[in-house]
Design a protein around this ligand. Structure first.
Ligand SMILES: Nc1ncnc2c1ncn2[C@@H]1O[C@H](COP(=O)(O)OP(=O)(O)OP(=O)(O)O)[C@@H](O)[C@H]1O
Ligand SMILES: O=C(O)[C@H](O)[C@@H](O)[C@H](O)[C@H](O)CO
Length: 167
């Protein structure tokens, strides 16, 4: 079975950390959507301004192309906060599974505060939570709670997928 995943969620939910760990466990390539942002997007977030749909559109096109280029499997860490962003990615790569890292504002805020030197200011967390649209029933998705170790989150993914295969 091939694993083509987008690890999604708000800033600080652990997308980069969990995405890298999942790619190792599944032995598939990893990429981080943060590395695909054009410079003006990084500058905007660094100023404490949230990205809007028009900032995200060309960036999501790049992410979609990466997914389409990895039909045999891959893990991409990408916020993918809105349903229409996920639709845009699925347009490029329909087989993508979205893994939502879900956590309380309290836990995620604490982790962001403890993370040194990242361009994303903690002040944007309110807009990140406000923008996040949960996975809908017709989306291929898995929700994992972030308030556990990275190994436990990875194992949670494996357990869900193995459970699906047995059915
Ligand atoms: N399960 C976990 N347990 C403890 N700490 C974690 C866990 N997952 C991530 N962290 C830590 O929380 C911080 C945020 O994680 P990470 O940078 O992976 O989030 P992110 O969603 O990729 O953020 P961003 O989108 O802003 O880049 C990091 O310092 C990371 O080491
Ligand atoms: O859609 C968004 O608002 C962006 O992707 C942000 O979430 C950042 O890229 C990232 O999470 C930085 O920390």
């Amino acid at each position: 079975m091939s694993h083509l995943l987008v690890v999604m969620g708000v800033s600080g939910s652990g997308k980069s950390t969990v995405g890298a760990a999942l790619s190792q466990r599944l032995r598939v390539p990893f990429a981080d959507a943060d590395d695909f942002h054009p410079e003006p997007n990084i500058a905007k977030m660094s100023r404490g301004e949230a990205l809007d749909d028009s900032d995200r559109w060309p960036w999501l096109e790049e992410i979609g192309r990466w997914l389409a280029d990895h039909p045999d499997g891959g893990v991409m860490s990408c916020s993918a906060l809105r349903r229409r962003y996920r639709d845009q990615l699925r347009h490029h790569a329909p087989a993508t599974t979205f893994v939502l890292l879900e956590g309380s504002r309290e836990v995620i805020e604490r982790r962001q505060a403890a993370r040194p030197g990242h361009f994303m200011p903690a002040s944007l967390l309110t807009s990140q939570f406000a923008t996040l649209e949960p996975l809908e029933p017709d989306e291929d998705g898995i929700v994992l709670e972030v308030d556990q170790s990275v190994d436990a989150i990875v194992q949670g993914y494996v357990d869900v997928v193995e459970g699906r295969e047995r059915r």
